[in-house]
Ligand binder design. Structure first.
Ligand code: SAH
Length: 216
């Protein structure tokens, strides 16, 4: 994809991702291609490739490019996976995932955001993304199990339905902590055993629902 942001995107990949140790060639390639500026408001397009998160509608945020890259790389996608994302938001993370796996299922609780994301998926002809308006802390039972799960909102604990809907073997990345700061956890399921590894400190908006924070 070539557009007026091609050079800026290339620079983002060099200066924010490669230089900080993101090394999966497929992740780097996809992030140099997916037009991140289409996932933010027109007025913010010029800032879309900056080294920071950006506000989207309904007081939510699109994650910093490095965080999207780090979480995506952690999932070690080969192209054949079914991936569940909780927290569609702008749709950017789902769009990146969709170029690296077979099918993305993404759940969002705020209708305006979901509608906006769907519009961009259609515009880009990214047809392997199925989305749904619901409480994502319940997962999406209908299409389970998932080879990989990514949660892009901070939770007090790992929602049990997500553990149940993770394939065996399977892997998940999720920010777990209090309302202001979380640690990114890398969770694996193998032979029925759950293992949790702690990655870096992160700040995400709250995961709100039955198995997350109970209110805004
Ligand atoms: N992945 C997004 C980041 C969005 S921010 C992107 O690339 O832009 C986190 C999102 O999680 C917000 O849109 C918020 O509304 C959503 N969210 C919070 N709790 C949720 C829940 N229980 N189910 C689904 N989505 C939820």
């Amino acid at each position: 994809m070539t557009d007026s942001f091609t050079t800026v995107r290339e620079r983002m990949v060099q200066e924010q991702l490669r230089s900080r140790g993101v090394s999966d060639p497929n992740v780097l390639k996809v992030m140099s291609e997916v037009p991140r500026h289409l996932f933010v408001d027109d007025a913010m397009q010029a800032r879309a490739y900056g080294d920071h998160p950006l506000p989207i509608a309904s007081d939510q945020t699109i994650s910093q490019p490095f965080i999207v890259a780090a979480m995506t790389q952690a999932l070690q996608l080969k192209g054949t996976e079914k991936v569940l994302e909780i927290g569609t938001g702008s749709g950017y993370q789902a769009a990146v995932l969709s170029r690296l796996c077979e099918q993305v299922y993404t759940v969002e609780r705020i209708n305006t955001l979901l509608a906006g994301a769907r519009k961009v998926f259609d515009q880009l002809h990214f047809y392997n993304i199925l989305s749904r308006l619901d409480d994502g802390t319940m997962g999406w039972q209908e299409h389970a199990p998932y080879d990989a799960i990514i949660v892009t909102a901070g939770s007090p604990e790992i929602p049990q339905p997500l553990i149940d809907q993770l394939a065996d073997p399977g892997r998940m990345v999720i920010p777990v902590g209090d309302r202001n700061v979380q640690e990114l956890q890398y969770v694996t399921k193998k032979d029925g055993e759950i293992e949790v590894q702690r990655l870096e400190s992160v700040r995400f908006v709250n995961l709100i629902g039955e198995h997350g924070w109970k209110n805004d």
